[in-house]
Design a protein around this ligand. Structure first.
Ligand code: NAD
Length: 478
């Protein structure tokens, strides 16, 4: 049986307690046993990161480039194998799993380049004979806490900039997907990075996750996950005045206007709402459609949805994999029931599927006759469930799109330059998509949202520097 141990101070170590890694496409398939770390494991990881921090902070751009580039190269070279592991434990299709692994590799390559491009500023002082220099410095020990839905890309998009800017790392991956973070740690372990600079701890959020957040020897926390957890983390960090970055949920709108290209709109909505089983923070969970195109759009969506093949992640025919686990499947079903009690009409899907072998399968669901007052349109479901909100015109669509506590991604399908430009300007979201799905983003540009979706500075691309480094201003009189 494969083991997924912790990686602490350059050593692999199992914890006293372990947890099975179950394949959501086939619940008889136990992929391996993962360490379930305790407080002592976490404390050792933080101590190792603290000890290693000054050495790595003093490393040269070339050393950082070499390490990050080597990690990126190995991930890319093994994307098929690692994508298979990822899809087996997370449930997204193999194409999506391989794509995610490739993205993780590209992120490491990007930050390898950033290590070489690190620069400061030199300005003349307002005082005679004085020079001013502004430089970026590492933060020290950074704690990274990641969710299950992108088991390698999110650990990569936090670890790569953390290391690039000279920090040491304690990563706590998500409980449900220990294989992908183990594979990443295994590659990092062979990259030439000095021991203790990168540590992986597998354990429960409420236990070792919370301890990592509150640990006095951790200088900053970058978290991706649910709003409920993010809120708790923000409070602890505020109490300690610890730097924190939170990426959380979404209730992302996709607006379809009367003048949209219908084929393109249906493709964008099927992809954005249902691919990766709807388990994406950027999923289009609210489809806001103007009256003129509504009947045709709905008919085409129902036809397209009924043709989607739900099945095991590793089956090449599969387009929609299973939910991650029993709890998520029950949450999906619960929200479908609540929506119907509140007056929504289920047009298709929403059925628990008994496939062979057994997994956590749900047919993709589309709900009509909904409005923004309903819970289904206010709370994140995180499954293959989308709603239809019928509106009169563009202004009503924009108002509905903005009527949410979230603000991660927002999309519009239209041929009108005027509406597309106006939407870009007035929609309250961190990412705007015109004639593209709300999910699916590039790896070299900032990622993040507004309102309840994000807190702190942006992740990814050059903007990652804002979180993973701090700025020092030096005044020099030669
Ligand atoms: P979650 O909040 O339950 O868990 C996320 C991580 O936090 C896990 O590693 C968990 O162990 C840990 N954790 C749980 N309680 C903790 C605590 N008290 N202290 C410290 N750590 C704790 O979220 P999830 O169910 O794993 O992931 C799904 C959520 O992630 C969705 O809401 C989704 O929208 C969000 N998400 C957001 C983004 C983004 O970039 N905005 C990307 C992917 C997923």
């Amino acid at each position: 049986m494969q083991e997924f141990p912790n990686y602490i101070d350059g050593e692999w170590c199992m914890s006293a307690v372990t947890r099975p890694n179950i394949n959501p496409s086939d619940i008889r398939d136990v992929i391996g046993q993962a360490a379930n770390a305790d407080a002592a494991d976490l404390d050792r990881a933080v101590a190792a990161a603290r000890q290693a921090a000054p050495g790595w902070a003093a490393s040269t751009p070339q050393q950082r480039f070499d390490v990050l580039d080597a990690i990126g190269s190995e991930i890319l070279a093994r994307k098929q194998e690692l994508g298979t592991l990822l899809s087996r434990e997370e449930g997204k299709t193999l194409v999506e799993g391989i794509g995610e692994v490739a993205r993780a590799g590209q992120i490491f390559k990007f930050f390898a380049g950033e290590a070489l491009r690190m620069s400061g500023e030199k300005l003349a002082s307002v005082r005679p004979g004085v020079e001013v220099e502004i430089q970026r410095e590492p933060l020290g020990v950074v704690g990274l806490i990641t969710p299950w839905n992108f088991p390698i890309a999110i650990p990569a998009w936090k670890s790569a900039p953390a290391l690039c800017f000279g920090n040491s790392v304690v990563l706590k991956g998500a409980e449900a997907v220990p294989g992908s973070s183990w594979a990443l740690a295994d590659i990092i372990a062979r990259s030439g990075l000095p021991k203790g600079v990168f540590n992986l701890v597998n354990g429960e959020g409420a236990d070792v996750g919370a301890r990592l957040v509150a640990h006095p020897d951790v200088d900053a926390i970058s978290f991706t996950g649910s709003v409920v957890t993010g809120r708790q983390i923000a409070q602890v960090c505020a109490g300690q005045m610890k730097k924190v970055q939170l990426e959380m949920g979404g209730k992302n709108p996709m607006v379809v206007l009367d003048d949209a290209d219908l084929d393109l709109a249906v493709d964008a909505c099927i992809n954005g709402a249902f691919f990766s089983t709807g388990q994406r923070c950027t999923a289009s969970s609210r489809l806001i459609v103007t009256e003129g195109i509504y009947p045709d759009f709905v008919e085409r969506m129902v036809t397209a949805l009924s043709q989607l093949k739900v099945g095991p992640a590793l089956d090449p025919q599969t387009q929609i994999g299973p939910a991650i686990d029993q709890a998520q499947l029950e949450k999906d079903l619960h929200y479908l029931a609540v929506a119907q009690q509140e007056g929504a009409r289920l047009l298709c899907g929403g059925e628990r599927l008994s496939l062979e072998p057994a997994g956590f399968y749900l047919s993709p669901a589309l709900l009509a006759e909904t409005d923004n007052a309903m819970r289904i349109n206010r709370e994140e479901v995180f499954g293959p469930v989308a709603t239809l909100i019928k509106v009169q015109d563009y202004e009503a669509a924009l108002a509905a799109a903005n009527d949410t506590e979230f603000g991660l991604s927002a999309g519009i399908c239209t041929r009108s330059l005027k509406y597309a430009s106006d939407f870009r300007r007035r929609v309250r979201a961190g990412m705007v998509m015109v004639n593209l799905p709300t999910a699916g983003v590039d790896y070299h540009v900032p990622f993040g949202g507004t309102k309840g979706s994000s807190y702190g500075s942006r992740e990814q691309g050059r903007y990652a520097a804002e979180f993973y480094s701090s700025v020092k201003t030096a005044y020099i009189q030669p």
